[in-house]
Design a protein around this ligand. Sequence first.
Ligand code: PEP
Ligand code: MG
Length: 580
Amino acid sequence: MTISIHGIGVGRGVGIGRAVVIASSRADVGHYFIDAEQVEAEIARVYEARDALVQEIQLLLATMNKDMPGEVAALLEVHMLLLQDDELYSGVRYWIADRLYNAGWALSTQFERLARQFEEMDDPYLRERKADLEQVIERLIKRIQGEESPLAMQAPASSGSECLDAADVPLVLVAHDLTPSDMLQFRQSVFKGFVTDVGGKTSHTAIVARSMGIPAVVGARGASRLVQQDDWIVIDGDAGVMLVNPSPIVLDEYRFRQRQDELDKTRLLRMLNTPSVTLDGQKVELLANIELPQDTQAALAAGAVGVGLFRSEFLFMGRKQHHPDEEEQYRAYCQALEGMQGLPLTIRTIDVGADKPLDDSVPDLAHLNPALGLRAIRWSLAEPAMFLTQLRAILRAAALGRVHVLIPMLAHESEIRQTLQMLDMARQQLDEKGMVYGEVLLGAMIEVPAAALTARMFLEHFDFLSIGTNDLIQYTLAIDRADELVAHLYDPLHPAVLQLLAMTIQAAIDAGKPVSVCGEMAGDTSFTRLLLGLGLRSFSMHPAQILAVKQEIVRADAGKLKDWAQQVLASRDPASLMRS
Ligand code: PEP
Ligand code: MG
């Protein structure tokens, strides 16, 4: 029977594949395909790990102190039984030999399958054995992963697509949640799309999905519980729906849509060399948002004329409290600059906190409301050594090209002053060391209502503004952008949001300084005309969205849109006018 689960579409298009269901705790298990010749060796690794663990337990049992409680021995006996269970290994052999999964992936997949059987058992004692099985599997995986690179979900030695041909099975990932740092690993993986139980439209997990241009649905509550390992899944990223085990007719329909999407993408490529100019001759700057230096390739390929937002925090994620030092950051910024081949690069200083923890070891702050807490520039100012290191690395990179620095989430003039002092201090430190650095343009993100309302004051201190609509909407409407339970209230067209947007754009125009939008609104074609009408001439978005936005721009008459935008702004129901 086909099950459909509704969520929020965050990566457009259709993804079809077999489900790989992962518990979030196992998101860091390597997921890659092996070559057919490696099958026997991979199976052997599992058996070797099993034999070593059996020996370990036998030794423990033999040397166990007589005073130890009987339950300890009983527990070890249970582990021993589970460890030698045939059903575990027949499954693992199947995933490795037929699907070409690597050993860790095969073990975690078989665990998810057996765990369901345990959960369905009537006997509470047997049901609880799931936790024991989990421990046993985790020990096996740890032993196996001890031998391989720690990089999670990494690509195989040969390319993913080659291996996909070998396995011939497209796969989609179904998880309770994926953190932005999981997503970084995911970018290198073999999956064709993903679905998570939690998340909102502009959560960072969703943003990374969009940057990868893959179909994705978040906030599909219950998905990871309802979907079984290896079920056929259709992800409809446009409608925000996932289908589990659809009928062949439905599957064919979606395959047809997939082909149509491909054709549309090819057609859009014709826009690549078309100048980004409206019908009435207004030039519009199209910039790229990137997460890692290597994303500059996609930015150039899509015709971006610069990077409007390099989310530098992604360099810091998943590193277990070990921040990249000045040299490493300097190299990363230089790599991005080189990648842009002389075009400007806007580096946003680190923005962590809220839904972007640096790693899993950060204490759980859920009860403290982290979106309103020590986030972004607040965190940087609270960690001056870290902030100065980043500023020095950016300033040094600026000696090699056009670098703009963008400061996230400012609200107070005192924060602006402190930030400027930190920049001076970073320059002074470089002077003292006799190191070369360059000039930078300095920009502020307008992400909190307080900043939008005082945009004129910001413009006295900064060379340019960049409006982070994702946060501006979150903070204006008091809607957690990552919480699917309130996602229906997250409304870019709320009159209050539009007022703040319009006043920020107008303040910059009056001051004769550049302003862009770098939140997700900039890449959503349904808002392009409105933003043009409000006077915006610079849009920064994921490379995958640039050509579609350009298509809207070349069809628009910015002069005519001006009056209409004012009507939208004055309306109590702007959404109704958007369709006119
Ligand atoms: C924003 O808030 O709109 C933005 C671009 O920054 P981020 O999504 O990284 O918070
Ligand atoms: Mg933001």
